[in-house]
Design a protein around this ligand. Structure first.
Ligand code: GRF
Length: 186
C-alpha cells in the first residue's frame, strides 16, 4: 500500500510517518509533496530516501499535481502540516482517501485562520483546560470532514502557546502513524 504526504512545514510528522513504515513490507511512503522550496520537510524526506515533489499554486489547481499523484496511485494521501486548501479536483479523484491532522479538538478551534500557534494561543486565551488532536477526512470545507481519531491532553499547566504546541505535537507524533496504519488495514 502506498502513501503520499503533503507538507509545507518542519515535517516532524512526516518524518515520524516515514520512520514508522521504513521497515514495513506492506506500506511505503512513496513521495512527499510540498509547495515550499525551503521547507524542512523536503530535507527530512530526502535524508530518509523518500522522493520529493515541489509544486506551486497553479500546478495544484491545474491538474499537474493530480497527474503526479495518479502516477503513484496512492491508497492514502496524508496532509501533515499542509496549509493550502486542497483542491476539489483532487478530492473527487480520491474520495475517502485523504486525511489531515489538525492541532485541536475539532469542531472547536478549526476553520479559517485556525492553524499553528493561532490555535494554541486561542486555547489559552479562552481558558480551555484541555486541547488535543483531530485526524479527519478532507472534504471541500476546511476542517469539516468526518473525524477518524481524536486524542486529548490537559493544558492547565501551560502558560505559553509554545508549551501547548509541544504537548499537542507529542500527541501527533504518538498517534498519527498508528492511525494511518489502521486506516490502511481496512
Ligand atoms: C502540526 O501541528 C499539524 O497539526 C498542523 O501543522 C503542524 C505540522 O507540524 N496542521 P510538522 O511540520 O509536522 O512539524
Amino acid at each position: 500500500r502506498k502513501i503520499v504526504i503533503f507538507a509545507s512545514g518542519s515535517g516532524s510528522n512526516a518524518e515520524k510517518i516515514i520512520l514508522h513504515f521504513k521497515n514495513s513490507d506492506s506500506v511505503v511512503v512513496s513521495a512527499v509533496f510540498s509547495n515550499k522550496p525551503d521547507a524542512k520537510v523536503l530535507e527530512k524526506a530526502e535524508n530518509l530516501g523518500v522522493s520529493t515533489v515541489l509544486f506551486d499554486r497553479n500546478s495544484l489547481s491545474d491538474g499537474t499535481v493530480l497527474t503526479k499523484i495518479n502516477a503513484i496511485q496512492p491508497d492514502l494521501i496524508v496532509l501533515a502540516g499542509f496549509l493550502w486548501k486542497f483542491p476539489e479536483s483532487i478530492i473527487e479523484h480520491y474520495p475517502g482517501k485523504i486525511i489531515n491532522i489538525h492541532p485541536a479538538l475539532l469542531p472547536k478551534y478549526g476553520g479559517k485562520g485556525m492553524y499553528g500557534m493561532n490555535v494554541h494561543r486561542a486555547i489559552l486565551e479562552n481558558g480551555e483546560e484541555k486541547t488535543g488532536i483531530t485526524i479527519h477526512y478532507v472534504n471541500e470545507h476546511y476542517d469539516e470532514g468526518g473525524i477518524v481519531f481524536q486524542a486529548e491532553v490537559s493544558v492547565v499547566d501551560c502558560t505559553t502557546p509554545e508549551a501547548v504546541a509541544a504537548k499537542v505535537q507529542e500527541l501527533e507524533h504518538e498517534h498519527f502513524p498508528k492511525v494511518i496504519e489502521n486506516l490502511l488495514r481496512k
